[in-house]
Ligand binder design. Structure first.
Ligand code: SF4
Length: 701
């Protein structure tokens, strides 16, 4: 590799593909990194088109270039003084709980670390949450209930050495395309069986040997039925359970009660269910991949535990080709979890409800304001703003006016909040319209730090170009604000590498190296080592020379008794059901070539060409009932709001269900953002919104 080539990672999905960026005569060239273990040189359409977006961003009219206060360009000194002054005044007048941060899986781990330290440790508010709440919060909660820590036991290689791969609520072909490529190759080479469990036919259907198009929200019943079947087939690994697992009998009893009418509850052919159960029972090397179709549910955490229960009962956790496997949506959803980016976490996977963890972190940071306890999760945070309980909000690298459910309330909250600070790379988003202070942040290719992908692999993101205008790193901006607020000594880092080393030392602080998440060995390394860091999987505790491919293979889990827990979970339908007024159920999701609210991918003509506008995918019988024709516009109406989309009639949809993409906002579509349709129902454990089950009706526009 030449010295002008920079190794970094893709800014989109949780696969975390490695990239090689080099300079050519007419601009930058981006290719897959053949040496990165996540992708081994592969890229998907979004990764391959990154250079389009880089060049479009460089045009200058897309980016936020200078700090602004009340719409006027100001110096950084003035902007930082304004932010610090407003936060300090809010703190003095209303107390720490009147301040909240809403951040993003687009932030690098170092940015996330500083945000948590500033808000939780020094301002003293627990109210920091991230748009990862919309992505995988239910998995975090499910992992903690089952394993005692938020740990993904598997690695990508498991997809290539499994004999059976089950995709639950996961359109892998569009949402994690390089993993789908790896699975497709394994299927071709070694005949891997694939089961797709998804209410609709998707781009992943052609991977599947069996498609279980279950009723939305019935996953717990299906996996409870599987658990009961494993018992009746004498396929439970009793020796493993006896040594390593608690809760089997209670989970089994509940599963048997649920299992009586699985076919009816799930709306599936009993013969297909029998095939699925038989394949799972007889295939030791089974990986169950789950994603947003499981997480984005009012019972998402129970779904996660119903899946994990079946793996624990058969001893299939963390073994080669045999594990439950959550794949995350965002490039750094895992890194955010590692430093406490969710309202119910502390840095280094510590527990805000554990006084010993709170005390440990308070001493490590020398942060007397850290009080512990859980903060408000995303949906509740914006309700608190709307109710006037939160007076100052700092939004970083995300666009909640579009992406959160209950979008009308979110916009009202942003409108009345006395202080809205937005740090972003682009100059125009729906959320920026509400900002009193706008701060230009560095973007991908400009900023320096680390991300963690879905297999716990920490990789460097490295800059290869200067930021435009006066854009600065998020960690730099927050550190300057902290200094003006009087916390400077604890925020005196000069580089992202110094922040990473503090984070690494904290991971091994007073825990005897026994905590599942531990990268303490990196705390002793030098800046040059950080610069040259090769991708590695945590844990990599002090003294280790390499990371850890799989977790819990030895049956020792993170709960204090060393055992995993099976949870007794019962099928409970989604909060809202179809009715005469709203007879269809809308499911939301991604398109192959778009990302989130399209602030980057929307800049690429070739990506936009895949699906230039949002489509309402609807079964022919429902289209006929609503008198809709292919290609005409339809109004989609829910209890919360409405949007207008072009009709696409397809029998990939089950009758009674429609699909709508999540990407389009008011800014991008004069016909209304999709977020206006979504109800704010959340999972009672994880707080994750139910984005995939919205009762609607459709009518001609
Ligand atoms: Fe980027 Fe994900 Fe595509 Fe890899 S699979 S290139 S990380 S979008």
């Amino acid at each position: 590799m030449s010295t002008t080539e920079i190794r970094t990672t893709c800014p989109y999905c949780g696969v975390g593909c490695g990239l090689v960026v080099s300079r050519a005569r007419d601009g930058w060239v981006v290719g897959g990194d053949p040496d990165h273990p996540a992708n081994k040189g592969r890229l998907c359409s979004k990764g391959a088109a990154l250079i389009d977006t880089v060049n479009a961003e460089a045009s200058g009219d897309v980016r936020l270039l200078y700090p602004e206060v009340a719409g006027q360009r100001v110096t950084w000194d003035k902007a930082i003084a304004e932010v610090a002054g407003r936060l300090s005044a809010t703190l003095a007048e209303h107390g720490p709980d009147a301040i909240a941060f809403y951040v993003s899986g687009q932030l690098l781990t170092e940015d996330y670390y500083v945000a948590n330290k500033l808000l939780k440790g020094f301002i003293g508010s627990p109210h920091i949450d991230t748009n990862s709440r919309l992505c995988m919060a239910s998995t975090v909660a499910g992992h903690k209930r089952a394993f005692g820590a938020d740990v993904v036991p598997a690695c990508y290689e498991d997809l290539e050495i499994a004999d059976l791969v089950i995709l639950v609520g996961s359109n892998l072909a569009w949402c994690h395309p390089v993993l789908a490529q790896r699975l497709r190759t394994a299927k071709r080479d070694r005949g891997t069986r694939v089961v797709l469990i998804d209410p609709r036919g998707t781009a992943s259907s052609d991977l599947a040997d069996l498609h279980l198009a279950l009723k939305p929200g019935s996953d717990v019943a299906l996996f409870n039925g599987l658990l009961a079947h494993l018992d009746s087939a004498d396929a439970i690994d009793r020796a493993y359970v006896l040594r390593h697992v608690t809760g089997l009998e209670a989970a089994l009893e509940t599963a048997r009660e649920d299992a009586g009418d699985v076919a009816q509850t799930c709306g599936l052919d009993p013969a297909d269910i029998a095939t699925f159960y038989d394949w799972f029972t007889t295939t030791p090397r089974t990986v169950t991949v789950f994603s947003q179709g499981v997480n984005q549910s009012s019972r998402g955490t129970d779904k996660v535990n119903a899946i994990i229960n079946c793996h624990l009962a058969t001893g299939r956790v963390g073994k080669p080709g045999s594990s439950p496997f959550s794949v995350t949506g965002q490039p750094n959803a895992m890194g955010g979890r590692e430093v406490g980016g969710l309202a119910n976490q502390l840095a280094a996977h510590m527990n805000p409800d554990d006084p010993a963890d709170v005390d440990r972190l308070r001493r490590f940071w020398n942060a007397p304001a850290l009080k512990g306890g859980q903060g408000l999760k995303a949906v509740d945070m914006f309700r608190a703003i709307r109710e006037g309980r939160i007076k100052a909000l700092w939004i970083m690298a995300t666009n909640p006016a579009v992406s959160l459910p209950e979008a009308t309330l979110v916009r009202e909250a942003l409108k009345i909040c006395p202080t809205i600070i937005v740090s972003d790379i682009v100059g125009s988003t729906d959320s920026l319209d509400y900002a009193h202070i706008r701060l230009p942040a560095l973007g991908w290719g400009e900023k320096d730090g680390t991300v963690t992908n879905s297999e716990r692999r920490i990789s460097r993101q490295r800059p290869f170009r200067a930021g435009p205008g006066e854009a600065r790193a998020d960690w730099w901006i927050m550190s300057k604000v902290a200094a003006v607020m009087g916390y400077g000594a604890a925020f005196a880092w000069r580089t992202a590498g110094e922040i990473f080393r503090e984070h690494a030392i904290l991971s091994g602080f007073e825990n005897d190296g026994l905590r599942a998440f531990d990268i303490a060995t990196w705390g002793r390394k030098r800046e040059a080592d950080y610069a040259a860091m090769q991708p590695f999987q945590w844990p990599m505790p002090a003294g280790a020379t390499r990371g850890t491919e799989r977790m819990y293979a030895d049956g020792r889990f993170t709960h204090t008794n060393g055992r995993a827990r099976m949870l007794a979970v019962r099928h409970i339908p989604p909060v809202e059901r179809a009715s005469l007024r709203f007879p269809l159920i809308a499911n939301t999701g991604r398109y192959r070539d778009q990302w989130h609210t399209m602030t980057r991918t929307g800049l690429s003509a070739r990506l936009s060409a895949h699906r230039p506008e949002p489509l309402l995918e609807i079964h022919p019988s429902d289209a006929q009932t609503a008198d809709l024709l292919e290609g005409e516009l339809a109004r989609v109406i829910s209890l919360q709001g409405e949007a207008v989309l072009r009709v696409a009639i397809t029998d990939a949809q089950r009758p009674g269900q429609v699909f709508i993409p999540m990407h389009w906002s008011d800014t991008l579509s004069a016909r209304g953002g999709i977020g206006r349709l979504i109800a704010p129902h959340t999972d009672p454990v994880s707080g994750q919104p139910e984005s995939k089950h919205v009762p609607v009706r459709v009518e001609r526009f």
